[in-house]
Design a protein around this ligand. Structure first.
Ligand code: ARG
Length: 568
């Protein structure tokens, strides 16, 4: 469909005597929400100024000038819009031919030209268990990573671990005092966070502890080998736990350079800012003023020590030099919006404009549980491990009750349980809060992962029953002419455009909702049009549509980070 869209843009470019460029037109062409308004629509409002006429008369003028080709059946003017209706016979064969030939590559694009895009995501603070919020961050980042890959970018996934700062001086002290009371091998992150809570409490009662912690961190910074060993141990056990989760979620990181990595790279930042004269004193601290409406970005505290923001500035400089990025995307909860505004402003003194424009912060809303019954320790932390286990267990019970003879139930329950979680997280627009309800998430109907996976499984079983040979190229696509067939085909044609839109808007929910739409249209088609019919030609044509649907669903889910079971 992308080709037809380009053709329409070319036709329009000619019709307006090249007063607007093809690229400009292409950007404005929309897919109308209501199918009544055609397959593509071009708003003429922005032409009013250029052509000095009202949008409606412009639209009418253009319509008169347009020479239709065989792919477009008609053009209509509605309130300043030009609506294009495509020839459905043509659509069917164009779309299905390309899906059938491109197969699992359908929707791959080369827009990115191999340019580098950094997706920085997950980035937990080590020595603490993964909670519901981290999970949202991780699945969002992973989906964006995959989308940019589809667009032809070279994507670099960075896990900017929170592995540095004074709290490690405190944790070291706690570990010294309390670790003998625990079995660290059993739930290491639970133990470490427990110890951290205890030593924090103690520090509130005993001032000396804070002094010791400060001293510990100072020694750590200076490279004390004993303390460094301890810190490394904390990092290692944390990563081991996190990697287990990353593996279940299928997400990729190309670098785990976290805050500690920048501990020796901050002097240069301070130096550059100082030389430029933008580092100013503020109550003893060194800050960069970043605008009248927000507080300054603190670079050095009054005791001369660096902070979170200083490490982020060093990271920006390092990433520009190492990755020469087109975009560097950061994903965090909304509570860091101010932090990123401050460092992006301060970074203007460190990097060229072209890189400044590529710095992007994406934030997401909170996650709460509907039923508060999941295991919590501090009354706040919900362990993602427990949630994943429970989701898989519940998925298993559901599929056993539906299909007790299924083989390899463990793999399938994992695909469904984990897939349901990911899908549920990604279907909500990122900025909205999520109220999480596991039972709802695992339903086999409605806007859920299992519903979409089930559509895939159903399509597979239809193809198996029909003994469909996908290598057969002798298919008469003109037989696919019912309303349900045409609507499904049009929806399938939109996968590439949906991936692009979701990536442009940093919003995987666009893809998630699209897959629900495809699944629903597939159901409608399957209810109205029998596939397993006597007539071989019709059966083949319809099977090709079933097959194309299975490809689109599998591709879409994979981009979201969700696997498709072959049976369920
Ligand atoms: N570790 C931080 C946290 O858990 C998130 C890091 C975000 N990335 C960054 N470059 N500051 O809150």
């Amino acid at each position: 469909m992308e080709d037809i869209k380009i053709e329409i843009a070319e036709i329009l470019e000619k019709a307006v005597d090249f007063k607007v460029s093809k690229e400009d037109i292409l950007e404005k062409i929309e897919v109308p929400k209501d199918k009544q308004n055609g397959d593509f629509s071009y708003p003429c409002f922005n032409l009013a100024k250029i052509l000095k006429n009202s949008p409606v008369s412009i639209a009418n003028d253009i319509k008169d000038k347009i020479i239709l080709n065989s792919k477009i059946s008609k053009v209509e003017v509605v309130n300043g819009y030009l609506n294009f209706y495509l020839n459905s016979l043509d659509i069917a064969s164009n779309v299905l031919k390309s899906i059938l030939s491109e197969n699992e590559k359908y929707g791959k694009m080369s827009i990115g030209n191999g340019e580098n895009i950094i997706v920085e995501y997950s980035s937990p603070n080590i020595a603490k268990p993964f909670h519901l919020g981290h999970f949202r961050n991780t699945v969002l980042g992973s989906a964006l990573y995959n989308m940019y890959n589809e667009l032809g970018y070279n994507v670099i996934g960075i896990n900017h671990l929170g592995d540095w700062g004074r709290q490690f001086g405190l944790l070291i002290e706690g570990y010294r005092r309390f670790s003998s009371e625990y079995d660290i091998n059993n739930d290491p992150l639970g133990v470490l966070s427990d110890i951290y809570v205890r030593i924090n409490k103690l520090a509130k009662e005993d001032e000396n502890i804070m002094d010791i912690a400060r001293d510990n961190f100072k020694k750590l910074e200076e490279g004390d080998s004993k303390l460094h060993e301890m810190w490394e141990f904390f990092r290692e056990v944390s990563l081991k736990e996190y990697n287990r989760i990353y593996e279940i979620l299928g997400c990729r990181f190309d670098s785990y350079n976290g805050e500690a990595f920048y501990s020796d790279k901050m002097d240069e930042v301070v130096e550059i800012l100082d030389k430029k004269g933008v580092l100013v004193d503020s109550q003893g601290a060194k800050v960069v003023n970043v605008g009248d409406d927000i507080p300054p970005c603190i670079v050095l505290k009054s005791n001369g020590s660096t902070i979170y923001a200083t490490r982020d500035l060093a990271a920006i400089l390092y990433r520009v030099r190492t990755y020469d990025f087109t975009k560097c995307i950061y994903i965090t909860a909304t509570d860091q919006i101010l932090h990123f505004r401050q460092i992006f402003e301060a970074a203007k003194h460190l990097i060229d404009e072209k890189y400044q424009k590529g710095l992007i912060h994406i934030s997401y809303g909170m996650v709460r549980l509907k039923s508060g019954k999941m295991s919590t320790r501090e009354g706040t932390v919900i362990y993602i491990n427990d949630l994943i286990k429970e989701a898989i267990e519940k998925a298993k019970n559901i599929i056993i009750s539906k299909n007790p003879n299924l083989e390899d139930i463990d793999t399938i329950s994992k695909q469904i349980g984990v897939g349901a979680l990911i899908f549920n997280y990604l279907k909500t627009s990122k900025i909205k809060d999520i109220v999480f309800d596991l039972d709802e998430t695992l339903r086999f109907d409605g806007e859920t992962g299992p519903y979409v996976q089930y559509t895939y499984v159903r399509s597979k079983s239809i193809l198996e029953k029909a003994k469909f040979d996908r290598k057969n190229t002798d298919i008469d696509f003109s037989l696919l002419n019912t309303k349900q067939e045409i609507e499904l085909i049009k929806a399938l044609s939109r996968l590439p455009e949906i991936i692009k839109k979701a990536a442009d808007e940093y919003e995987p929910a666009i893809l998630t909702r699209y897959l629900v739409e495809v699944a629903t249209l597939f159901s409608r088609f399957y209810n109205e049009c029998s596939v397993l019919v006597e007539d071989e030609k019709l059966k083949n044509a319809r099977c090709s549509l079933v097959y194309a649907t299975s490809i689109v669903i599998k591709r879409g889910l994979k981009i979201l980070g969700i696997e498709c079971p072959e049976k369920m």
